[in-house]
Design a protein. Structure first.
Length: 101
């Protein structure tokens, strides 16, 4: 997605937004003849159909990491996936002993 923006608007977009397709950074292209800037995805070949906020991308990535941990823990406990180790259950006394209490 490329639209004409003032250079100040384009710099703000590059700083606060990401590509909606690949979540990578945006880049500004200044046209001296029209004195406007276009903003597009920095990833080669990306269609860049829009922009999303940096906060959206950070929250979505954090949520994905939490879901991954849950899935790995569940699969490890069930033994369904052999390369994910089963968690070691330790008693409260063993944990306190490791900590020196």
């Amino acid at each position: 997605m490329e639209d004409n923006f003032s250079p100040a608007e384009a710099r703000r977009l590059v700083r606060t937004r990401r590509c909606s397709d690949c979540w990578e950074i945006l880049q500004e292209h200044y046209d001296a003849t029209t004195r406007t800037s276009t903003v597009s995805c920095a990833t080669p070949g990306c269609s860049c159909r829009g922009h999303v906020s940096v906060e959206f991308v950070e929250n979505a990535l954090a949520e994905s990491r939490l879901k991954r941990r849950e899935v790995e823990r569940t699969l490890g406990e069930s033994g369904a996936v052999p390369w994910i180790p089963k968690p070691v259950r330790r008693s409260e006394q063993a944990i306190l002993a490791e900590l020196g209490y």
